[in-house]
Design a binder for this molecule. Structure first.
Ligand code: RRO
Length: 314
């Protein structure tokens, strides 16, 4: 069975990656994901120009009964140069295409990092994170359609390497139409949907307190509770975006059937976030073998045979 996938000229031998933010902040973590036999590659933690410690702890919490996770990490990262050094060092030693994620706190920071990437010999894919929900005072860019149009217009004026965007979930059909109309104006290599569902709240019943410290307990939701939202966003974008724009489906994957569903809805690659936190690296082999079992039962030999073939009811 062939589980490979492509984005542009990049080939991925396995369809699964870590979701940005999970197991990807330090070189040691990145090495683990990149070195795993069942990952297609690694996405690095979203970088800012300078290192950031992020928000105060506790800033990540697993909800009971496997519902999912809430986080308000606040963009802790080692800084742009660290990830540039890592990627340049690894790209000569691996055939897995590395994703360099950037999340500037301002429009100008994003453009400055894109210029640095353009001028470097980094030869992987760049993911512009327009959807971090957790930096106090900084709204998610991709909920501001004018700001999204503006950053992409300025970026594509000079940026010629493969570039994608990480999107937040949208919840209205009109918003799917609006964001797709903007994205379709640009030669995006991919969109990655969804980031966590922003600004949820969880309460500890024993203490009657919130469960994470930053932002009075508000944080991004992930895991099974966002699965249907992720699926809807992948499907809504696949049916609206130019076919050249590939889709990375992220959100709520804990088993092979979840990944199958995202691919059926149109995903080219699939990322695992919360469940990678919960289960660790073995999640990749397990979910891949479960996906293969689903495909075998349906007599599919590769992902293209069923990708984006979700049927509506007549
Ligand atoms: O670091 C974070 O708090 C964070 C980021 Br940048 C993001 O894009 N998504 C998320 O759930 N957390």
């Amino acid at each position: 069975m062939d589980l490979s996938a492509t984005i542009g000229n990049f080939k991925f031998e396995h369809p699964f990656l870590n979701a940005a933010g999970v197991m990807c902040q330090t070189a040691a973590e990145l090495d683990q994901v990149l070195g795993d036999d069942y990952t297609g590659s690694v996405v690095m933690k979203s970088a800012t120009p300078s290192p950031r410690p992020g928000n105060p702890s506790p800033r990540y919490y697993e909800l009971p009964s496997g519902l999912g996770t809430i986080n308000s990490m606040g963009l802790p990262n080692e800084g742009f140069d660290y990830y540039m050094d890592y990627a340049r060092q690894k790209q000569t030693k691996t055939n897995k295409p590395i994703f360099f994620s950037i999340a500037g706190l301002t429009h100008d920071e994003n453009l400055a990092m894109l210029h640095q990437l353009q001028d470097s010999d980094f030869d992987g894919l760049v993911e512009l994170n327009l959807s971090c929900p957790n930096v106090p005072g900084k709204p998610q860019t991709a909920y501001d359609f004018e700001a999204t149009q503006s950053i992409l217009t300025e970026a594509f004026a000079f940026f010629k390497k493969p570039l994608g965007v990480k999107l937040p979930p949208y919840f209205d059909i009109v918003h799917f139409d609006m964001i797709a109309k903007i994205l379709n104006q640009f030669p995006l290599a991919f969109v990655n949907t969804i980031n966590s569902v922003g600004n949820g709240l969880a309460i500890d019943p024993d203490t009657d307190t919130v469960v994470i410290k930053p932002k009075h307990g508000f944080g991004g939701l992930g895991g099974p509770m966002v699965k249907a939202t992720a699926l809807a966003n992948v499907n809504a974008l696949r049916t609206r975006l130019n076919p050249d724009i590939k889709i990375i489906g992220t959100g709520g994957v804990t088993k092979g059937r979840d990944a199958y569903n995202l691919i059926l809805a149109g995903a080219d690659l699939v990322e695992i976030g919360s469940q990678l936190m919960v289960e660790g690296l073995p999640v990749f082999q397990r979910v891949e073998s479960e996906l293969a079992a689903v495909m075998q039962a349906k007599n599919y030999q590769n992902l293209t045979e069923f990708r984006a073939s979700l049927k509506a009811l007549d």
